[in-house]
Design a protein around this ligand. Structure first.
Ligand SMILES: N[C@@H](CCC(=O)N[C@@H](CS)C(=O)NCC(=O)O)C(=O)O
Length: 230
């Protein structure tokens, strides 16, 4: 690995999971901050980088065929980096598919539900009680499933720390804003503290950090859906 990876991201969980993995594998990377809430930030030029005009995206200057390769959608990015590095994704049974199961669980469930819960509880210009109740309840269901799993295994995919944990951890940092308390999920809490204490995790979070603004949901006036800016 010589030339740095280009990381197009913002300090949302979908950005942080990638900067954390890049720190864990120790690859050089440059951060290109794309603020999804800034008018026009996701338009035109950025659409040439990101096929669906969202963050997060990486460009690997040394792709599988030696040419630059762009990867978008964070589940794919984590698998790409873990596969190339040969780390954080066990390749034997049961770790291989347990990693995929919990990674897909984050991409399909934890991210969308916790992100929407956060939005409707914290930032929606109008208060929709029914939406908040449904999303807060669903969020509790997801934490309960993770807590049950983590009562049996140290990490989500088994004995070892994998991209499933890296994908999920940033979402759980805002549990209070999702309407729940970490104390209600003791196994998630134990898992959270173990990951939170990793030096690469602190570096990955710091790499994307920007000072919070009073209005972190600026994207709403553009009519675009966007993620969380903790
Ligand atoms: N499934 C996508 C989700 C990406 C996503 O939701 N990105 C948000 C920020 S975290 C975004 O760019 N939102 C801007 C918009 O939708 O307008 C992934 O995992 O990369």
């Amino acid at each position: 690995m010589t030339a740095p990876i280009k990381l197009f991201a913002w300090p949302t969980p979908n950005g942080q999971k990638v900067s954390i993995l890049l720190e864990e594998v120790g690859w050089p990377y440059t951060v290109h901050r794309i603020d999804p809430g800034e008018e026009g930030a996701l338009d035109a030029d950025y659409a040439n980088v990101s096929p669906d005009s969202q963050v997060t995206v990486i460009v690997d200057p040394d792709g599988p065929d030696g040419e630059p390769y762009t990867v978008f959608s964070t589940g794919a990015i984590l698998m790409y980096v873990a596969d190339k590095a040969g780390r954080f994704w066990p390749q034997t049974h049961p770790g291989k598919y347990d990693t995929l199961t919990w990674l897909m669980y984050q991409i399909a469930n934890v991210g969308p539900v916790l992100g929407q819960a956060h939005h409707f509880r914290m930032y929606a210009p109008e208060r929709f009680d029914d939406t908040i109740n449904i999303l807060t309840g669903e969020t509790g269901r997801l934490y309960t499933a993770m807590d049950r799993r983590l009562a049996e295994t140290e990490y989500l995919a088994g004995d070892t720390y994998t991209i499933a944990d890296i994908a999920t951890y940033p979402w759980t940092r805002s549990i209070d804003r999702q309407g729940h308390a970490m104390e209600s999920f003791p196994n998630v809490k134990r898992w959270f503290q173990a990951i939170d204490g990793r030096p690469a995790v602190a570096l990955g979070l710091a790499a994307l950090h920007v000072e919070p603004t009073d209005d972190p949901w600026r994207g709403r006036q553009t009519g675009r859906r966007m993620g969380m800016v903790p």
